[in-house]
Design a protein around this ligand. Structure first.
Ligand code: MBD
Ligand code: FE
Length: 311
C-alpha cells in the first residue's frame, strides 16, 4: 500500500489546524517547532509507509519511556545529546573560540546541592570494598594559563557497580556519595579523594535498552567522571574524562569520548598518610582551561531539569 498523501491540502490543513499555526494566540516558537516535527513525522510515515501497527508500537514505547523516567537517557543513547555538543562546538568555531578544555555531554545523572569545600574534598562517603582509592586533581586556569581563584569544580561519578547515588536502583548509597564540589584558592587547584568508578550500563528492562536491543547496540559507557566548572568571567564548562584503559573508551553508547579527555592514570603510594583506605592509589591529573564570556555572556549555559537534594 504505497499511497502518498502528505502533500495534499487535506493533510497540510490538518497540520496547520493541529498546531493552530495561523491562530493569533499561543506560543509562536512552540507552534513553529511542533508544526515542523509533526510534519516531519507525517512525511516519514508516508515515505516509509509506516504501518498503523508500527505507529502504535511507537506511541506505546513513549508511554514506557516516560514510566521508566528514561527520556534523557534515551537522548544520550541515540546521540541527540552529542549532536547538541557538535552544534555548540561548531558555534564556538564560527566565532573563533578554539581553546579551552573540550565540552562533552552532561548525561542525566547530575544532582545539585553537593557540599562545597575549599580546595580538597573527600567524596567517598560509603564503603565500597571492590573500589580502590583514586585521587583526581588539577588546576583551573583561563586561556592565559593563569590560575583561577574562586572557581567551582563539581564532580560526580559511579561506584564499583556503575551506579550513581540518588539514582541507585539498590537504594544503598548515601546522599551525595561520590559527588562533590570544591572551590579553588589562589593557586587554582582542586582535588577530589574518591574511589575508582566502573562504567554505567542502562537498566536492562528499561525503554532505552529495549530500543538499543532492537538496533543490536549495547547500552554501556566506559568508566568516567563528570565535571561542571564555573568561574566568574568565564563560560561554564560541562565535561567528563574517561578512565584510561577502559575497553569501552571508543565504544561509548552515549558518544561522550574525546581524545583530549582521557588523562593518564598514575599508580602512586603513600595514600595512607593522607587518609586513603589503602597506601597504593591511582592518581589522575585533570587540568581545566575555561574560555571567556562571549560579549559578556555565557552562551553555553544549558537549562534542563536537574535533580537536587539536601545534604
Ligand atoms: C551516565 O552515567 C551518563 O554519563 C550518561 C551520559 C548516560 C547514562 C549514564
Ligand atoms: Fe555518567
Amino acid at each position: 500500500m504505497s499511497v502518498k498523501v502528505f502533500q495534499t491540502k487535506e493533510v497540510q490543513d490538518l497540520l496547520k489546524a493541529a498546531t493552530n499555526l495561523e491562530g493569533a494566540e499561543g506560543n509562536p516558537r512552540l507552534k513553529l517547532v511542533v508544526h515542523r516535527l509533526l510534519a516531519d513525522l507525517f512525511k516519514a510515515i508516508d515515505d516509509l509507509d509506516i504501518t498503523p501497527d508500527e505507529v502504535w508500537a511507537g506511541i506505546n514505547y513513549l508511554n514506557k519511556l516516560g514510566q521508566d523516567g528514561e527520556a534523557a537517557l534515551l537522548a544520550a543513547g541515540v546521540g541527540l545529546e552529542k549532536y547538541l555538543d557538535i552544534r555548540m562546538d561548531a558555534a564556538d568555531k564560527a566565532i573563533g573560540i578554539e581553546g579551552g578544555t573540550p565540552r562533552t555531554i552532561e548525561g542525566p545523572l547530575y544532582v545539585a546541592g553537593a557540599p562545597v569545600r575549599d580546595g580538597v574534598s573527600r567524596i567517598d562517603i560509603d564503603a565500597d570494598p571492590a573500589a580502590g582509592p583514586l585521587v583526581i586533581h588539577g588546576t583551573v586556569t583561563g586561556e592565559d594559563g593563569k590560575p583561577l581563584a574562586g572557581a567551582l569544580v563539581e564532580c560526580w561519578h559511579a561506584n564499583s557497580n556503575g551506579f550513581y547515588s540518588h539514582f541507585d536502583p539498590t537504594g544503598k548509597q548515601s546522599a551525595f556519595n561520590l559527588r562533590g564540589a570544591v572551590k579553588t584558592g589562589a593557586d587554582g587547584k582542586y582535588e577530589f579523594r574518591t574511589l575508582m568508578p566502573v562504567g554505567y550500563g542502562c537498566p536492562p528492562q528499561g525503554a532505552t535498552q529495549q530500543l538499543l536491543n532492537g538496533l543490536a547496540r549495547h547500552g554501556n559507557r566506559p568508566a568516567h567522571v563528570h565535571f561542571f566548572v564555573t568561574s566568574n568571567g568565564h563560560r561554564k564548562l560541562t565535561t567528563q574524562f574517561n578512565i584510561e584503559g577502559d575497553p569501552l573508551i571508543w565504544d561509548d553508547f552515549a558518544y561522550a569520548t574525546r581524545e583530549e579527555l582521557i588523562p593518564h592514570v598514575v599508580e602512586k603510594a603513600g595514600g595512607g598518610a593522607f587518609g586513603l583506605k589503602a597506601d597504593a592509589y591511582k592518581d589522575i591529573e585533570f587540568n581545566v582551561v575555561l574560555t571567556p564570556l562571549v560579549q559578556g555572556k555565557d552562551n553555553q549555559i544549558v537549562n534542563r531539569p536537574r535533580a537536587s537534594a539536601a545534604v
